[in-house]
Design a binder for this molecule. Structure first.
Ligand code: PGA
Length: 244
């Protein structure tokens, strides 16, 4: 596991963005998975700045979405897709033909899983997947107890995810299921970048890095990935630091 620790969230974000920029410079037609969530917001703002300054060109990149709350779509504020269109695809000028997201409102969600799986089998593996980590150690909606053998799947959300997920919505929201890329897509990715900031992530980061590899803490599986990188601010690194 490769650790990159920064003084601040801002510094972490600049460096995660640079890692994405470097990859796209090296491989302009890369296949990249980006997540929603609070963690990558600073990274996305840096990417927008880089595009405006002509430092990178995303016009040949293909984007895959990580996950979505079942029943929510692009027009629903708080959904992953709403966030990605507002903060990433829109400001970066990404064309619809470059974007592949789950339709979490589809009547046949299994068919949605197959559609994204097939895309990844055909075009993949992912050149880079950016991930956050849940306070329960989840990756995307790969919740505690998930099989490490899973590709795309529909999942009953963990209670922690339902509670913490309220932060994305203006009004209380009934959240019950998610649709997500599976752990196997992550393990098959050429490069995994997990970003985490703030004291609320310190325990999950510690378990992911120093605990046993177990489905109870899904992010621990990244210990088995040959090219996984954790980008952390000091607060998220605190417990690892303490126990060195
Ligand atoms: P966050 O979500 O970036 O909003 O903290 C991360 C996650 O739950 O995976």
């Amino acid at each position: 596991m490769n650790l990159h620790v920064f003084e601040s969230y801002e510094e972490m974000s600049v460096n995660v963005a640079q890692c994405i920029i470097d990859l796209v410079k090296e491989k302009p037609d890369a296949l990249i998975c980006l997540p929603g969530g609070s963690t990558p917001l600073g990274t996305y703002r840096e990417l927008v700045k880089a595009v405006q300054e002509g430092r990178v060109d995303f016009s040949r990149v293909t984007f895959v979405g990580l996950d979505e709350f079942v029943g929510l779509g692009r027009e629903d504020e708080g959904s992953c897709q709403h966030f990605l269109f507002t903060e990433v695809y829109g400001p970066l000028g990404i064309k619809e033909s470059q974007i592949h997201l789950f339709d979490a409102k589809a009547s046949d969600l299994q068919a949605e899983c197959r559609r994204i799986d097939e895309l990844l089998f055909r075009r993949g593996p992912l050149d880079l997947i950016l991930l956050g980590i849940g306070v329960n150690g989840h990756l995307g909606f790969n919740e505690p107890g998930v099989s490490f053998d899973s590709y795309c799947h529909v999942v009953d959300l963990d209670e922690v995810t339902k509670t913490v997920g309220q932060k994305y919505f203006k009004e209380p929201k009934q959240l019950s299921q998610g649709i997500t890329l599976g752990i196997k897509h992550m393990l098959e990715a050429r490069k995994v970048v997990l970003a985490a900031n703030g004291p609320q992530k310190a325990e999950a980061v510690y378990q992911a890095l120093r605990g046993e590899v177990t489905p109870s803490l899904p992010a621990s599986v990244l210990q088995t990935h040959p090219n996984a990188h954790f980008y952390l601010d000091k607060a998220a690194y605190a417990k690892v630091e303490e126990t060195r």
